[in-house]
Design a protein around this ligand. Structure first.
Ligand code: BES
Ligand code: MN
Ligand code: ZN
Length: 498
């Protein structure tokens, strides 16, 4: 879908449908009131009768009689005005775009005036909502490739001064949504189509697209660096592991970078501690963290954010091959710490341990890791809260803020020292499982043993996959973390150069 900005009024310009957002309990005004008048008041009567109330996620479709202007109007509810959030607008845009596609419309337009928000933000958020809602992973479906898609979304404004702001907002929204959708393409892909090598080639494509430095460490490189924990997991698979590193320099040379690390288990069978077969197919999304960080650095670079950023994605399968790790085995991580393998299914923390050690070489300003790490996180927080842990209150505070503004919300869990006891080994420094109690926190405490810088850990086991579908997030991968990280970087490095 192309996004255009044009001078003129939504009410007089031609389109298959003009989208208007409306607050709950309010009546049409501006361009919508003009259309309503021309149509003999059909819209206001529909509202007065209670058929359309303006509640969040609600939509209504009107067919117009006049030949000039839009052929139809789509109303999209924003909820109560005093409870307005940008997320409600994103949902309205998603719901409207979904309805327009379902109805087979090709050209849609939107009225971009909402006093609650600047024109730039309106265009950005509306574009994101629409583009993310229209995402469809149909690459492997033979019949659906020629499905009708919306061709253009046009924002109209009569104010010349607003044009530039709308253009900037739309460009920004497109970059963010494209990055989210780029992550979703990786995460939704079947595991045999998204091996560590394929992940590396996606990272290469992103690097070429937006100008990033790329390093892909193979098994030998990792061996030389002493990454015994990462390679321990990789041993059970025939797929060669890839330790992917992307670098973006948007800040001053002297400025230390942020590092983002994503768990990249392209399939988690559990290894020798094999998982139950029911639902195992879902474990293709165990690389959602890796997908998110590759997409986030792509997005940061495309937005020209004034920060230095490194993305690290340790990618491997977790398989029970003949050479696989066994319970009771021991591995040694890059920082020399020894780990007894209690369960080969607690593999995420192993690959992250070496990635966290590797991150230290950048003398990072802060490191954020993101991982589908524990089933216990799903039990504790459900499917719309990220589990957040860390060693720096300012950092976790900023992540919470960024999460709220991206509506990828994070909830902080305690990291008291007592929790580490469960992770101490009998014959080794650490064990990779600490039992059933507080399993999300003990996993976090395990990771903390590999960091010596400000650090935060995001457990996205519950939030990385959407079962039912929401207005701007279809079923499947959510790409959670991409927008949160970008918001976080903007809070820290501000704005961006586009
Ligand atoms: N990838 C899983 C965690 C997971 C579970 C992600 C459900 C998404 C949905 C992780 O590698 C794992 O298997 N964790 C184990 C750890 C346990 C053995 C300590 C778990 O949570 O059961
Ligand atoms: Mn596992
Ligand atoms: Zn896993």
């Amino acid at each position: 879908m192309d996004i255009k900005i044009k001078r003129g009024s939504v009410s007089s310009e031609k389109s298959d449908a003009a989208v208007f957002t409306l607050f709950e309990g309010e009546r049409p005004d501006g361009a919508l009131a003009e259309i309503d008048d021309m149509q003999g008041g059909v819209i206001s009567r529909t509202i007065a009768s209670g058929e359309f109330t303006g509640k969040r996620d609600e939509t209504a479709l009107f067919h117009l009689v006049s030949k000039a202007g839009p052929a139809r109007v789509i109303l999209a509810g924003l909820g109560k005005r005093d409870k307005f959030t940008p997320d409600n607008l994103m949902r309205a845009a998603g719901a409207a775009a979904g309805l327009a596609r379902k109805s087979g419309f090709r050209e849609i337009s939107a009225d971009a005036s909402l006093p609650e928000i600047s024109s730039r933000d309106f265009a950005s958020i509306f574009s994101q909502g629409a583009l993310m809602a229209l995402y469809d992973f149909n690459k492997f479906k033979s019949a659906e490739k020629n499905k009708k898609e919306i061709k253009t979304l046009t924002f109209f404004t009569e104010d010349k001064a607003e044009e530039a702001a709308l253009k900037k907002g739309a460009a920004e929204g497109r970059i963010i949504a494209d990055s989210v959708n780029f992550a979703k393409d990786m995460i939704n892909a079947p595991a045999n189509e998204m091996t560590p090598s394929v992940m590396a080639s996606r990272a290469k494509a992103a690097a070429k697209d937006v100008g990033l430095k790329l390093k892909v460490l193979d098994e030998d490189d990792c061996h030389k660096l002493g990454m015994g924990a990462f390679l321990g997991v990789a041993k059970g698979s025939k797929q060669p592991p890839k330790f992917i590193v992307l670098e973006y320099s948007g800040g001053k040379k002297s400025e230390s970078p942020f590092v983002i690390i994503g768990k990249g288990i392209t399939f988690d069978s559990g290894g020798i501690s094999i998982k139950p077969s029911e639902g195992m197919e879902k474990m293709k999304y165990d690389m959602a963290g890796a997908g998110a960080v590759i997409a986030a650095i792509r997005c940061a670079a495309a937005l020209k954010l004034p920060v230095n950023l490194v993305a690290i994605a340790p990618c491997t399968e977790n398989m029970p091959g003949g050479a696989a790790l066994k319970p009771g085995d021991m591995v040694r991580a890059m920082n020399g710490k020894t780990i007894e393998i209690i369960s080969t299914d607690a593999e995420g923390r192993l690959v992250l341990a070496d990635a966290l050690c590797y991150a230290a070489r950048y003398r990072p300003r802060a490191v954020i890791d993101i991982a589908t790490l524990t089933g216990a996180c799903v039990i504790a927080l459900g499917d719309f809260a990220i589990g957040l842990m860390g060693n720096d209150k300012e950092l976790t505070g900023e992540i919470i803020k960024a999460g709220e503004s991206a509506n990828e919300r994070a909830w902080e869990l305690p990291m008291w020292d007592e929790y580490l006891d469960a992770m101490k080994g009998d014959v080794t420094d650490l064990r990779n499982v600490g039992g059933r109690k507080a399993a999300t926190v003990t996993a976090g405490k395990f990771l903390q043993e590999f960091v010596d810088y400000p650090w935060a850990h995001l457990d996205i086991a519950g939030t990385a996959w959407e079962e039912k579908g929401r207005p701007y997030c279809p079923k499947g991968a959510t790409a959670i973390g991409v927008r949160l990280i970008v918001e976080f970087l903007r809070g820290n490095g501000n704005g961006g150069g586009i």
